[in-house]
Design a protein around this ligand. Structure first.
Ligand SMILES: [Zn+2]
Length: 464
């Protein structure tokens, strides 16, 4: 439990904690726009300065176009565990500007919500982590060893972050990692994300004749790589919507009865979801629950096929070369490398005589599935209850959060995804907002989880 003293401190300092967030929100740190590079740097400097004031040894690490902020603060107690906190200071472009009710980088509070680009994703959430540290420090409460990693390229896909983490593996060694960059499942319903899907994305190329050919003169004799490609793609799924790659489902961890029951209780409205799609949610495997298909089952989707004549009207061509982009979302414990291997074998086996095929891997990441009964999860769930007065639900997410997978794979830490945005925060859209109660509650929650973890012993010895 968070001490009453810390709670009173946070209550008394709400207005200041809001005011101190504003300068950060005013900086247009759009990582995708080269003109914003100085702004991004300014943002990183501001954060490093704030961390310095909190007693951190804070540095800017030059990294690609936007520096990383890396800060450390030692605990008073020997044997205290180390907690790695992650957030990102870069934001999505604000365009289209005409749809904003107030300028995107002039934070305005309306009806208990603060509107600016980056308010929820992710400046408000990362700043809450800093304010939580401030509160514990001001009230003389013990803190764990802390490492804060703030990234400036999350919104452009964290290119090459893997290389940084690999190089900084020792420096970043920690017992626990907390990522504040996600949202509640529904308003009033704190959520902990314990599962994320991984990805294998490939491009398949097929070549046949040396040049495009006349289908009248050579049709029936020349092998057509486009015919071969569509036959291959069609063979990748069966009539039940199952992926036919050999061994594809072998490692899939089935949903437990407990998870299934818990998910059925979530306030999820399939009608509203269908309305969002603009069609019925009929994709994926037949006979499998909708949330399970989105969160806990692997998928296969085609993203583009190129080959032959794409212009208006008819052109009777047998193309020389074609290609297709295909990806699979993976779930625990599928191995991306194994799926790629299976893809290669499948494509080779479905390449007819006279056609040459080639496969290129464009992206791969592993799924994440964090045990629900870990000490960090328990601490996070308790902290959310303390902050928001309601038991947290455990949810998964269909997409990947690259940093979680990297923490797990490179640093060997099971991340806790404990965000406090809301589903209607308009992330990446005009009029992004963060509700002030979510911000203040987020500070309480982070303070509570840090306070709890500070009392545990470092796992370093056991980890080896
Ligand atoms: Zn984010």
């Amino acid at each position: 439990m968070l001490s009453q003293q810390v709670k009173d401190y946070l209550q008394a300092n709400r207005q200041r904690h809001l005011e101190e967030l504003l300068p950060l929100l005013r900086i247009a740190s759009v990582s995708s726009q080269p003109a914003c590079q100085p702004a991004c740097r300014q943002c990183a400097e501001l954060l490093a300065g704030q961390l310095g004031q909190l007693g951190f040894d804070a540095q800017l690490r030059p990294w690609r176009d936007h520096p990383l902020v890396l800060a450390r603060r030692a605990a008073d107690r020997q044997g205290a565990p180390t907690v790695l906190l992650y957030g990102h200071y870069d934001v999505q472009p604000p365009e289209p500007l005409e749809l904003w009710q107030s300028p995107p980088f002039e934070p305005v509070v309306r009806e208990g919500k603060i509107f600016t680009r980056g308010a929820s994703d992710d400046k408000g959430q990362l700043f809450a982590m800093l304010k939580a540290v401030e509160a514990l420090q001001a009230c003389d409460r013990p803190l764990p060893n802390l490492i804060v990693l703030l990234e400036g390229e999350e919104e452009i896909g964290s290119p090459d972050l893997e290389r940084f983490l690999t190089g900084a593996r020792r420096e970043l060694a920690a017992d626990y990692a907390i990522i504040c960059d996600s949202a509640f499942f529904a308003p009033g319903l704190p959520s902990l994300t314990y599962g994320l899907r991984g990805l294998v994305y490939v491009e398949i190329a097929m070549r046949g004749p040396a040049a495009d050919l006349h289908s009248g003169t050579h049709g029936g004799a020349a092998p057509n790589p486009l015919n071969a490609m569509v036959a291959l793609l069609a063979a990748l799924q069966d009539a039940q919507g199952r992926v036919t790659l050999p061994g594809f489902y072998d490692a899939v961890v089935p949903l437990t009865l407990q998870e299934r029951q818990a998910w059925r209780k979530l306030p999820f409205d399939p009608q509203a979801y269908a309305a969002l799609l603009g069609t019925q949610p009929t994709g994926g495997e037949r006979g499998v629950d909708l949330l399970e298909r989105r969160w806990a089952r692997p998928t296969l989707d085609f993203h583009g096929i190129v080959g032959g004549y794409q212009g208006p009207g008819a052109k009777t061509v047998i193309p020389a070369a074609v290609s297709a982009k295909v990806s699979c979302r993976l779930v625990a414990n599928q191995q991306a490398g194994q799926v790629v291997k299976s893809f290669r074998q499948f494509v080779a086996a479905h390449t007819p005589p006279g056609i040459r095929s080639e496969i290129q891997v464009l992206s791969e990441s592993l799924p994440v599935l964090v045990p629900l009964d870990s000490p960090a999860m328990a601490a996070a769930a308790g902290a959310l209850y303390e902050a928001f007065g309601r038991k947290a639900v455990f949810v998964r997410e269909g997409a990947s959060v690259p940093i979680s997978e990297l923490f797990q794979r490179i640093l060997g830490i099971q991340p806790v995804l404990m965000g406090f945005g809301l589903p209607d925060d308009n992330l990446h859209s005009p009029n992004e907002k963060l509700e002030l109660e979510q911000y203040y509650g987020g500070i309480v929650a982070v303070a509570a989880v840090l306070s709890n973890l500070a009392g545990k012993d470092s796992l370093a010895g056991k980890r080896g």
